[in-house]
Design a protein around this ligand. Structure first.
Ligand code: URA
Length: 211
């Protein structure tokens, strides 16, 4: 499947770490560390288009016009609870980002998202807003979260996910064609329970050792 807004980060470090994460034998602490490391690398791709300006700085040798980030600080929105597994790695590379949280759980009967929490920074205008959720499965939760983010004024929204299913990409692209998706892998399909195949299981359970 192709979607102009989909970026699959095929960097060898990302792919190696992802394979370790998929392995059922990888213990929770390793899984969490690997997710943090990959999220840093995915954030690198997601922020590639941030504008730069030139400011005068003084090196030990001379003055120079140095490139610096321009515009308001980005915002990172963690889609609870699994999004928290990506949050710290993204903040490692964008330490000045503001942070929001959206609480959605998946109704296991309908696979539709149910909102139970939403706390976003007050001013999203002109900011890059990066939503983070490890698994883009049906896409229903991501589409609902992006809608809340847009309702709060954001116009530049990107989703970082570790894995994407074709069904999730299609759903999000239909609801929000402008939203960029940055992922480490586009997997095969969803199974009858809405899990990504081959996937890595329940990301939240593996991050927080609740299995
Ligand atoms: N959520 C998960 O944690 N894993 C999946 O495979 C799909 C949704």
């Amino acid at each position: 499947m192709t979607h102009p807004q989909l970026t699959i980060v095929d960097h060898p470090l990302v792919q190696h770490k992802l394979s370790l994460m998929r392995d059922i034998a990888t213990p929770g602490p390793d899984f969490r560390r690997l997710l943090r490391e990959i999220s840093l690398l995915l954030a690198y791709e997601a922020t590639r288009h941030l504008p730069l300006t030139r400011r005068t700085i003084t090196t030990p040798l001379t003055d120079m016009q140095a490139p610096m980030l321009d515009g308001p600080d980005p915002v990172v929105v963690s889609i609870l609870r699994a999004g928290n597994g990506l949050l710290d790695g993204v903040l490692d590379v964008i330490p000045t980002a503001k942070v929001g949280f959206i609480g959605l759980y998946r109704d296991e009967a309908t696979l539709k998202p149910v909102q139970y929490y939403c706390k976003l920074p007050p001013d999203l205008t002109g900011r890059l807003v990066i939503a983070v959720d490890p698994m883009l499965a049906t896409g229903n939760s991501a589409a609902a979260a992006v809608q809340l983010i847009k309702d709060a004024g954001a116009t530049d929204v990107c989703l970082i996910c570790l894995l994407a299913a074709p069904e999730g990409v299609k759903c999000l692209a239909q609801a929000h064609p402008d939203v960029r998706i940055v992922t480490a892998s586009l997997d095969s399909h969803l199974n009858e329970k809405g899990y990504i195949v081959p996937g890595l299981g329940d990301a939240g359970d593996r991050i927080f050792s609740t299995v």
